[in-house]
Write a protein that binds this ligand. Structure first.
Ligand SMILES: [Fe+2]
Length: 326
């Protein structure tokens, strides 16, 4: 472990300890002292344990299911039938032309421009497209449910995403373009690829098997929990110039796969694993539909205990909020 990761500065440790005692709110990242003592490792192990004992009936035991379990990711060709795909793709282009989506220039200071937004049931022009997508999505929902050990009752929400990198620009910054997990418990992102993706389009990258709770992953979580506080305590100037990149010291031996693929491919990704947005080459663009499935795996009784312990704080917060409204 390098010394830049853990700075054993007694004054700093004491300062953080006092801060922690006085602070009524303990966020999901814990704090320097608790992380130093291994709070993060405890959190990961507790969540993994409760996830493992959570009863859930497995309904799919095929290659897709095995890939998701073993690698944390799977790519499925020809998701929609050709006619349906052509219809959906044409409609999405039409919605984009009609400005149904938002436009973000130079998003996250990455030099990329984004046209992005949700397909909405309340928009009558979107309804048929949503219907077609739902019909095919429902076939794959059981795989998502297996990863999350949770039955999903609502139809998914479809997010359109069109990213463009101008010819004279370089794709830079953006913490999503560096290896990171979204959560340290299972959560799923599904992508429907709308145009062929070559390396120049910046394909999605995934560290195979990094979704598993292993000794290496725990060591990595530990290093990152301290690294985060190291970054958090830096000056604003430093943060403006340096984006927060997670460390991958203990996972670098894993195979990194970049998903170049044909249009109409569905990618199901367990984002407990390390992944990143691919860097685009100048003058290239890519379009996809993204669907997110996140869920806290904390059992209800632990949630209730947490609620009970933070009740006083929550009441104070509510009071503050209501006084603001008044
Ligand atoms: Fe992510």
């Amino acid at each position: 472990m390098s010394t830049e990761v853990i700075n054993f500065n007694t004054k700093k440790i004491l300062k953080n300890f006092v801060k922690w005692i006085l602070s009524p709110k303990k966020n999901m990242h814990g704090n320097y002292i608790t992380n130093l003592l291994g709070h993060k490792i405890f959190s990961v192990l507790a969540n993994t344990f409760f996830y493992k004992i959570k009863p859930f009936k497995i309904t799919k035991e095929d290659q897709i299911s095995r890939s998701l379990y073993n690698d944390g990711i799977v790519a499925i060709d020809n998701f929609l039938d050709d006619k349906e795909f052509a219809y959906v793709n044409e409609k999405l282009k039409e919605f984009e032309e009609k400005n149904h989506f938002n436009y973000s220039e130079n998003r996250d200071n990455s030099n990329t421009n984004w046209i992005h937004g949700k397909l909405l049931n309340v928009n009558h022009e979107h309804v048929k497209t949503i219907e077609i997508l739902n019909k095919s999505f429902n076939k794959y929902i059981p795989y998502v449910e297996q990863v999350m050990k949770k039955r999903l009752h609502d139809n998914p929400s479809f997010n359109y995403q069109h990213i463009i990198l101008p010819k004279d620009k370089t794709d830079i910054n953006d913490h999503n373009a560096y290896w990171h997990p979204d959560r340290y418990y299972h959560c799923v992102k599904v992508f429907l690829i709308l145009d062929d993706i070559e390396i120049e389009h910046g394909p999605y990258g995934y560290m195979l098997k990094s979704h598993k709770t292993s000794v290496q992953r725990l060591k990595n979580e530990y290093v990152n929990s301290l690294w985060f506080h190291n970054y958090k305590n830096k000056s604003r100037e430093y943060k403006e110039k340096n984006i927060y990149k997670k460390k991958t010291d203990y996972l670098d031996h894993l195979e990194k796969k970049f998903f170049t693929c044909k249009k109409n491919t569905l990618i199901i990704s367990d984002n407990k694993g390390f992944h990143k947005r691919g860097r685009m080459h100048p003058g290239y663009e890519r379009r996809m539909i993204r669907v997110l499935f996140y869920d806290h795996m904390i059992p209800k009784f632990l949630y209730d205990i947490k609620k009970f312990l933070t009740r006083k704080y929550d009441k104070k917060k509510l009071k503050r909020l209501s006084s603001k409204v008044n």
